[in-house]
Design a protein around this ligand. Structure first.
Ligand code: COA
Length: 541
């Protein structure tokens, strides 16, 4: 059984009698803490099991009928394609698997698109794969958000993009949510133009349909592979052509592989099947000149001996109970945590460490933010920017401290300092919501609006402007007509990690036990960035 309590020490100055009492109390404390740890572990296992069963569900693609049809056409499933594309035995950092979860009657698992970072010929690449078993690989609002987010990450981290295309374009019944706005479907191609201008390689592998606007995915890529008798690219499919011009033409005659590699030139390489196409894609990536990653002083490290799921023991499932930030940090980092300002503003834990050899600065909450902890956080963020050290934010924050005394002392001014520091920070930032993410605490701790390079959330975590009880209390107090009880329930259901991830307010729900691995991959990706020197605005003193 794990022993957690090496930090509990008996008082050395106690006399013998006192020592006996202290020892008794310590034994009792240790027993209580061990019981709590064991109970947390059991409780969190239930959450983890639910998470994994849901993950399995969304990762098993569309309905059985669609999978059978897909396979009968000799096609591989989206995740099988990715498995063949990336280097054997390497990890794929999948993003936002729960996009569109519990929306559209759950008929869009993973929003019908798989995105993530995989290693191809030892190079980190952004992979975007349509899932044709989900409504023909068509795009709803979340599919587009996910595609755009993948391109955004690729642009920032200079990752070559590989598009495994198999899509019927826009999901027509949702066109109003998908087509007209700034970040609608058209933004995919806008981004492709910008990625290209930034000299980021883009390769399209057309493995199925590529209709209407979707035709621009291969047409705007640097190099395009198309699968014979399977891939098609056209602006208007055969039914549209018939309606518009009366011309009768098959899909293959209109825009199949032979047409595009020998007549139109829209595609460059003709593959025999999925496996062949993926092999060709790997060869193209191998031929792209390498760009060196930022050189840093990587630390030697060994993975901890403790089991990864030991972290569950430190996670009370009741969000009102505190989480020991030092214990969590201890389960994520390589070795030592060199704490900064250990005795000051201790509702915020700050310090230096490394994850998988990559030096980082960590900022984690140990209670609400006070004036001292906000100042401490601002100092630490500036310090990391000065030294070009990436930042990890571990959010478990109910907000800033409230009350007359604190307002009179200018808590708003100190909170603003932290928000300034985080907003203008230019080192890579990764945020993990490990518990609560409420109110302005979300902003100061690099919430989504603060452009963290990656933002992950744990399955039990909660995010919202405030808790449901507080919100209904506020409304009661101001005499609102909105029924408080109904609102509290709505706040609760809209604050879950599932609700958040479904709408892409994050880059995915991850298991606490996998977090160290995920952070290692994500920080490694950020080493591809050029770091700019931070420049700060006016800090009120
Ligand atoms: N909008 C809404 N639903 C669509 C769709 C679209 N653009 N394209 C396909 N679907 C739906 C189908 O209705 C079907 O739904 P169901 O499972 O509830 O019955 C499902 O997706 C699968 O389509 P199906 O035609 O049975 O699959 P397929 O693999 O034989 O063909 C396509 C897939 C994409 C080639 C074909 O559906 C197609 O040509 N769609 C129209 C494409 C188009 O014109 N898009 C223009 C929009 S920009």
């Amino acid at each position: 059984m794990t022993n957690l309590f090496d930090h509990c020490r008996a008082g050395e100055t106690a006399n013998e009698m006192n020592l006996l009492v202290v020892n008794d109390n310590m034994t009792k404390l240790k027993q209580d803490q061990q019981l709590l740890f064991d109970q947390n572990r059991i409780d969190y296992q239930v959450i983890s099991d639910l998470y994994h069963s849901r993950l399995m569900k969304v990762c098993s693609h569309g309905p059985e009928k669609a999978i059978t049809k897909h396979r009968e056409r000799g096609k591989l499933l989206a995740r099988e394609r990715i498995d063949l594309l990336i280097d054997p035995q390497t990890a794929f950092l999948e993003l936002s698997s729960f996009a569109a979860w519990d929306q559209y009657d759950n008929s869009f698992p993973s929003a019908g698109i798989v995105t993530g970072i995989g290693i191809v010929h030892e190079r980190e690449c952004m992979i975007v794969a349509n899932d044709a078993t989900v409504k023909g690989g068509t795009y709803v609002r979340e599919t587009i958000k996910k595609h755009l987010r993948a391109q955004e990450i690729a642009l920032k981290n200079k990752l070559p993009c590989i598009y495994l295309v198999d899509s019927g374009g826009i999901f027509l019944p949702e066109q109003a949510q998908v087509f007209p706005d700034q970040y609608g479907f058209g933004r995919v191609f806008f981004n492709q133009a910008h990625l290209s201008a930034a000299r980021i390689p883009q390769i399209a592998v057309v493995m199925g349909s590529c209709t209407a606007g979707g035709a621009y995915v291969p047409a705007m890529s640097d190099e395009t592979i198309i699968v014979r008798d399977q891939g098609t690219i056209f602006i208007g499919g055969p039914p549209l052509v018939k309606a518009a011009t009366g011309e009768e033409v098959t899909a293959e005659e209109l825009g199949g592989g032979e047409v595009h590699t020998s007549i139109s030139g829209v595609a460059d390489h003709l593959a025999d099947d999925d496996v062949h196409a993926l092999k060709m894609c790997r060869e193209i990536v191998a031929g792209i000149p390498r760009v060196k990653k930022r050189e840093i002083d990587l630390k030697d490290f060994e993975d901890p001996l403790s089991r990864d799921d030991e972290i569950y023991g430190y996670l009370p499932v009741d969000p009102k109970k505190p989480i020991d930030m030092h214990a969590i940090v201890g389960r994520l980092i390589d070795g030592d945590f060199k704490e900064f300002k250990v005795n000051y503003g201790n509702t915020l834990v700050t310090g230096f460490a490394s994850v998988k050899g990559i030096p980082i600065g960590i900022i984690g909450n140990q209670g609400f933010l006070t004036a001292e902890s906000a100042r401490k956080g601002s100092h630490f963020v500036q310090l990391c920017n000065q030294r070009m050290i990436p930042l990890l934010f571990l959010q478990n924050i109910t907000g800033f401290v409230v009350g007359k005394k604190h307002e009179h002392e200018g808590i708003a001014r100190d909170g603003a300092k932290l928000i300034h520091a985080v907003a203008n920070s230019t080192v890579p930032k990764i945020t993990v919501i490990i518990g609560s993410s409420f109110g302005a605490g979300n902003y100061a701790m690099a919430g989504r609006a603060y452009d963290p390079d990656f933002l992950f959330i744990w399955p039990h975590a909660r995010i919202g402007v405030m808790g449901g009880e507080q919100a209904s209390g506020v409304l009661r107090h101001i005499g609102s007509n909105v029924p408080g009880n109904g609102l509290a329930g709505r706040f609760e259901s809209e604050s879950t990690a599932w609700y958040s991830s479904s709408r892409l307010w994050d880059d995915g729900i991850i298991d606490p036990a996998d977090t160290r691995q995920v952070l290692g991959l994500a920080f490694s990706v950020t080493l591809n960035q050029d770091m700019q020197k931070a420049s700060y605005g006016v800090f009120r003193m």
